[in-house]
Ligand binder design. Structure first.
Ligand code: FES
Length: 269
């Protein structure tokens, strides 16, 4: 793949350099790892979201985040923490149909993930200082990419879903004799804390909490919140990847316990 003739670095007025890039480092490594990481998560999450097995541990009230909230009559007894809103669902509708599409759109329109997939999947650009394979570029000025501007609404929904996940994690402190505490609780709670880290470090969160203000001196509380959000916002990329990992780990652990493959390490109850 080379830069299109007559465009970009191959324009008539530019210095004549035949190579697509003069970089000698492994600039393709980051986009390649991004494709692998995102593809692996998408395959795992899709398979698990549709299999409808081993997602609820009735003994300890562990519910995997891929099935939360579970609001249909197809859900296992006890797993519907917010009631049953609809009847049986056909196999092609995931049981967490209320949250999964919004979580997907929340991450798809995320500023960090946009950078990641524009580079790695769309090669726009593949890396700094590496010519693009595209002849034209309209950025996010047209449909469908102009819709990325709706990210803040998915942030609001993501915020509510984080509350739902928090509620699930609290309900999971359960055992057949009442209160319970096991390794599953540690995993669920760590996952929820990191999900909050990802959600609150969102660029839209930074904007709505205080970023759009002009005079911080007139808004001391919002200034404090904005300062905190800005601090974690600097780690947004790390939160984005870490939470993909903790989501898979949490689901995987609950799957192992729910299927009886391993038993939960219990501290209390
Ligand atoms: S910018 Fe990444 S979640 Fe909002």
């Amino acid at each position: 793949m080379s830069a299109p003739a007559g465009a970009g670095v191959r324009s008539a007025a530019r210095a004549r350099i035949a190579a697509r890039t003069l970089r000698t480092d492994r600039w393709w490594q980051t986009p390649a790892l991004t494709v692998l990481g995102l593809a692996a998560f998408i395959v795992y999450a899709t398979v698990r979201s549709f299999t409808r097995s081993a997602y609820w541990v009735d003994e300890y009230h562990y519910l995997t985040p891929f099935y939360s909230p579970c609001v249909s009559a197809s859900c296992l007894p006890g797993s519907s923490h917010f009631g049953v809103w609809v009847g049986e669902l056909p196999r092609w509708i995931p049981l967490a149909f209320v949250s999964l599409p919004f979580l997907l759109l929340f991450r798809l329109t995320c500023y960090y993930y946009r950078k990641a997939y524009y580079r790695s999947f769309w090669l726009s650009p593949p890396a700094c200082g590496v010519a693009e394979p595209h002849r034209t570029y309209t950025g996010e000025t047209r449909f469908p990419l102009i819709v990325q501007n709706s990210h803040r609404y998915f942030f609001y929904i993501g915020f509510v879903i984080s509350l739902v996940n928090t509620y699930d994690a609290i309900l999971a402190f359960h055992s057949p004799s009442g209160f319970g505490f096991g390794l599953g609780n540690v995993i669920l709670v760590v996952n929820v804390i990191l999900l909050w880290g990802y959600t609150l470090s969102c660029h839209s969160c930074r904007h709505v909490t205080g970023g759009r203000l002009k005079h911080f001196s007139k808004h001391p509380v919002r200034y404090k919140i904005w300062t905190f959000v800005s601090k974690i916002n600097a780690r947004h990329m790390q939160f984005a990847w870490i939470t993909l990992g903790t989501l898979v780990l949490t689901d995987f652990y609950i799957m192992l316990v729910a299927s009886g493959t391993i038993s939960d390490l219990r501290f209390i109850g």
